[in-house]
Design a protein around this ligand. Structure first.
Ligand SMILES: [Zn+2]
Length: 136
């Protein structure tokens, strides 16, 4: 799954829906049999695309996710970009493109900070299906 996707998913346990701790899911608890794995996947670069998704990004959540994945390079506050083709924004938009769209989490575990449920990622696909006793 792309890092961008982590910014749009939360715990699916019904009781967690109203908790602020159900988002973002955390990468701070990995299992030995399925360690965290990241991979790079080329995606066509479009500064406009990054520019257009920026307003929908929960920046504090992205900072947490990036930190847990070992990236502390992001600015503390969401950058304000008026023109995606402006040269002064080129490096930042490219960096965000690489982080959000080209970095794949191919394997690992995401943890809900509210209920502790672990969501597994295998072959780049996160499994959000819940075991029977947790289905609403
Ligand atoms: Zn939960």
């Amino acid at each position: 799954m792309k890092i961008l996707t982590t910014n749009f998913v939360q715990c699916t346990v019904k009781a967690c829906g109203s908790s602020p701790d159900c988002f973002p899911l955390h990468f701070d608890q990995q299992t030995e049999d399925m360690p965290l794995e990241l991979a790079h996947e080329d995606v066509d670069y479009s500064p406009e695309f990054v520019y257009n998704i920026l307003p929908r990004i929960d920046w504090p959540a992205l900072l947490i996710t990036a930190h847990e994945l070992g990236n502390d390079q992001l600015p503390m506050n969401k950058p304000e970009i008026k023109d995606p083709r402006a040269p002064e924004h080129e490096q930042l938009l490219k960096d965000l493109h690489i982080l959000l769209l080209e970095t794949q989490i191919t394997q690992g575990t995401m943890r809900c900070a509210n209920c502790g449920h672990l969501y597994f990622i295998r072959d780049s696909i996160a499994n959000f299906l819940l075991p029977g006793h947790l289905v609403p």
